[in-house]
Design a protein around this ligand. Structure first.
Ligand SMILES: *Cc1c(COP(=O)(O)O)cnc(C)c1O
Length: 399
């Protein structure tokens, strides 16, 4: 999907696809692990890299427990299992999310109920309130970091006694009303896949303050026999659940933790840089009559590593596709979510769900919402190149 190297060279466009180097500090630890062969998280009696990561991540977020696993998808699945939902339980999810979210529900034998998402990429609270009765749980996906009204969601869910799982895969560093995203619901799940704020290739982590949820997730992640004893502060709960729950073996291994740990101290800086970059490009795009970057909701402080904007006014599909092509010719890949073939964030492509009801509001948004990567490392000149390319492409198409 990225423009080929030749276009980048010809246009001088910045490469927004390459990852950043992993901090030097990871090397010595990886060397140590390769030398000892101590890669399994439960071999060392204490202080295994995965255990240290869990302690550091919990401290970073201000939560009581953290469990590192193989992916955010695994964390979402384990969260649903840890809530002990009955088979076929209805779980609300936003209709604008990544396919991993409805997939985790299929895996946990829950039934997804898709909620409309507005043109600001946030859950439509009227539709949410209408669909909440009868739901056993809610999984809110802070898609691309865009945070739905968590105050309203928590008020409704608390009143109804419905637990909330936060899919914060792509939202590490976002703050809502002074609270870290992922700590507002009962469970928060994060990703360390390469396109997220912290890159380990693959990996995920779940956080919670609830000892029963933590214990159940730990056992099911694969803490067989007495390995759960290496998770501090959960002896009673884990002893209770041992052998009563299946082992799905979704553990993280030590090499991943060695790659992740030296990146955690960099998160604050990446977040600040990412926000400044985003806001610079957003201000430039909002100066156009044809483009609009939705505002965050009042309590949200964003942590973006990409930008989303809408094609404003009466764009036809052909014009939107022409705009995609015109940016690509300038070396910048703009993806209109609903117009890129097989996009995993377009609900009509989730054929594994069977019949999906139409969600006209979400569909209309996806047909005009654009996505551009904006890694925090970009310089002001590179950001301006990207903004110019987008603005020029819009003028070229609309005249
Ligand atoms: C990336 C992502 C996921 C899946 O994360 P993995 O670690 O790749 O499983 C889930 N939800 C959202 C919103 C994401 O961006």
């Amino acid at each position: 999907m990225a423009p080929d190297g030749q276009i980048l060279q010809q246009t001088g466009a910045p490469n927004v696809y390459d990852a950043d180097p992993i901090p030097e500090a990871a090397r010595a630890e990886i060397e140590r692990l390769l030398t000892s062969g101590d890669l399994f998280r439960y071999t060392a009696p204490q202080d295994a890299p995965v255990a240290l990561l869990e302690a550091e991540f919990a401290a970073l977020m201000g939560s009581r427990y953290a469990l590192a696993v193989s992916s955010c998808s695994a964390a979402l699945f384990l969260s649903l299992k840890a809530l002990d939902l009955p088979k076929g339980a209805k779980v609300l999810i936003p209709a604008f999310t990544f396919a991993a979210v409805p997939s985790s529900l299929v895996h946990a034998e829950c039934e997804p109920v898709l909620v409309e998402v507005g043109e600001n990429y946030r859950v439509n609270m009227e539709d949410f309130a209408a669909k909440l009765p009868g739901a056993a749980a809610v999984m809110i996906s802070h898609m691309r970091g865009h945070t739905s009204d968590m105050d309203a969601i928590m008020a409704l869910c608390d009143a109804a006694g419905v637990p909330v799982i936060e899919d914060a895969a792509h939202s590490l560093g976002t703050v809502w009303g002074g609270r870290n995203i992922g700590t507002i619901g009962k469970v928060g799940c994060f990703s360390f896949q390469s396109y997220k704020m912290v890159n380990a290739g693959e990996g995920g982590i779940l956080i919670t303050d609830d000892p029963e949820i933590a214990a159940r997730a730990i056992i099911m992640s694969g803490a067989y026999e007495s390995n759960w004893k290496k998770h501090p502060g959960l002896s009673n709960s884990c002893a209770h659940w041992q052998n009563k729950l299946p082992l799905y073996n979704l553990r993280m291994q030590n090499l991943s933790a060695a790659v992740i740990r030296p990146q955690l101290p960099l998160v604050a800086e990446r977040v600040e840089k990412g926000r400044a970059n985003h806001d610079h490009v957003a201000a430039r795009l909002n100066a156009s009559a044809h483009l609009a970057v939705p505002e965050p909701l009042g309590p949200e402080v964003r942590a973006p590593d990409s930008i989303q904007f809408n094609l404003k006014g009466d764009w036809t599909d052909a014009e939107a596709l022409g705009f995609q092509a015109a940016t690509k010719a300038r070396g910048i890949t703009v993806q209109v979510f609903g117009l890129s073939e097989g996009n995993a964030r377009a609900f009509w492509n989730w054929q594994f769900l069977g019949e999906v009801p139409d969600l006209p509001q979400t569909r209309a948004m996806l047909m005009r919402a654009c996505d551009v990567r904006l890694p925090p490392r970009l310089t002001l000149a590179e950001l301006d190149y990207i903004a110019d390319a987008i603005l020029d492409a819009a003028v070229e198409v609309l005249g």
